[in-house]
Design a binder for this molecule. Structure first.
Ligand SMILES: [Zn+2]
Length: 109
């Protein structure tokens, strides 16, 4: 005879649930969306509280990584605006070709 499935009380919503059979003894939250979000938040907080992980996202190389990601996003947004809205790319190229840049103008004078 099969033993009854073990049941647990969710730490977030306090409802009784049947944990996944592969995860018995470890699953503390039910599968509800809010409870999964609470589980993620708790585990991230625990991970960040470990001394070895505190500086994981800090330092010059991470500042560089985030800065370049932000710049990439801004450039992508600018291209999208140029292509889809204000000025089509071909017209922009033509406009650039006919207008000398300020630097060149100063050098010639
Ligand atoms: Zn729950």
């Amino acid at each position: 005879m099969k033993p009854p499935a073990p049941r647990c009380k969710c730490l977030h919503c306090k409802m009784i649930f049947v944990p996944d059979y592969r995860n018995r003894g470890r699953q503390k939250y039910c599968s509800g969306a809010e409870c999964q979000a609470a589980s993620k938040q708790t585990s991230q907080r625990q991970w960040l509280s470990k001394p070895g992980n505190r500086d994981y996202f800090r330092g010059p190389e991470n500042v560089q990584r985030v800065t370049s990601a932000v710049l990439d996003r801004l450039l992508h947004h600018a291209e999208t605006v140029i292509i889809d809205g204000i000025m089509p790319r071909a017209e922009l190229c033509r406009a650039e070709a006919h207008l000398p840049s300020e630097r060149e103008g100063h050098r010639a004078a």
